[in-house]
Design a protein. Structure first.
Length: 345
């Protein structure tokens, strides 16, 4: 498993990161431990969690993902050879049970971090990320920004200063952002430069063959500022495997269980997916591995966050790390992209 540098830090992370948001919902603690055992045996050293996980979020399961990871870390030992990432939730999304409604204020960030550290059973978090902005912005598939000059939001300045304090105290090593816009990314970088506060090491946004919008305004910043993408949903909720084509809903699959995951299931998404699946099969490739290998191959990507509900899926996804797409496959992917440009932003 190859590694890449996390931002301008001294941390090397595996180019494949293990995502965890199914743990506590679709996956049991035993499943989570088995996934961790397999992933680390295959050379993955980067694990990504969040205080709100598992997803779909519910009050009675919130925090289970971090707890499962913490229990495994406590049994395994050797904490220092892994890179553990987690996230603090922003406002909205029905999370009223989380700190009476999460915000990105100084006091709430401190409380969230302390709770995550306790669940993770560790003294520090390697990468602590802002899960989504505390302001009106285009994220979670929203397009058509509409400015709200009178909105009530926590300034990025307060959020970053709170993270700065936690870095100084040794509770977190580095900071990152997630579901951010180019403006937000630039603002974090500006404040870190002007105030000598921690510099964002990464940005975690969706990126896959059905949603390449990151390339439009953020990829250049990621490259020039060495704050690379941690790509989530690289398989578009599993849609790019082809298993949902033709209205199929396999038993136990995410889109079969939960109606909230509709982002990649529209008619244009279905048509684009069929084109990519046909392309992969024409070249004798697994559709899942082709989609994942494409994401990993981008020069603005630091790590590709994969998730799975079974060990069989996980093995196939990890196997994508050894796949190098040739020029003809890449050219064919671009041809499909021209016909179906970001059908599921």
């Amino acid at each position: 498993m190859k590694t890449r540098r996390l931002g301008r830090t001294d941390i090397a992370v595996s180019e494949i990161c293990l995502g965890t948001m199914t743990w506590g919902e679709q996956n049991s603690e035993r499943d989570a431990a088995a996934q961790l055992d397999l992933a680390t045996a295959e050379g993955i050293n980067f694990i990504d969690a969040a205080e709100m996980y598992p997803v779909p979020p519910r009050a009675d399961t919130q925090g289970l993902t971090e707890s499962y990871l913490g229990n495994w870390l406590a049994k395994r030992g050797r904490r220092d050879d892994l890179v553990i990432a987690s996230k603090v939730a922003g406002p909205g999304n029905g999370l009223t049970y989380l700190r009476n409604g999460p915000r990105l204020t100084r006091s709430q960030i401190r409380k969230a971090c302390e709770d995550s550290l306790q669940r993770l059973q560790t003294d520090y978090i390697d990468l602590y990320q802002v899960h989504w902005p505390d302001r009106n912005a285009n994220f979670f598939g929203k397009l058509g920004y509409q400015h709200q000059p009178d909105e009530q939001s926590t300034p990025i300045e307060e959020t970053l200063e709170a993270l700065h304090e936690l870095v100084q105290e040794g509770r977190i090593r580095h900071v990152g952002i997630s579901n951010e816009t180019p403006w937000g990314m630039a603002e974090y970088l500006r404040l870190s430069r002007e105030r000598s506060w921690p510099r964002i090491a990464s940005i975690q946004n969706p990126y896959n063959l059905l949603n390449r919008t990151f390339e439009v305004g953020s990829a250049e910043i990621a490259c020039r500022e060495q704050a690379g993408l941690l790509a989530y949903s690289p398989l578009a909720f599993g849609v790019l495997t082809g298993k949902y084509l033709g209205g199929q809903r396999p038993e136990g699959a995410r889109l079969s269980l939960y109606t909230r995951f509709a982002r990649y299931t529209g008619s244009r998404g279905e048509a684009a997916t069929r084109a990519y699946v046909d392309l992969a099969r024409k070249h004798g490739l697994s559709p899942a591995q082709m989609a994942l290998a494409y994401v990993t191959s981008r020069d603005f990507v630091t790590s590709n966050i994969i998730g799975a509900t079974s060990l069989e899926q996980l093995r196939e996804n990890i196997g994508s790390a050894s796949l190098v797409l040739d020029d003809q496959v890449l050219s064919d992917i671009e041809s499909v992209h021209e016909d179906f440009t970001n059908p599921c932003p």
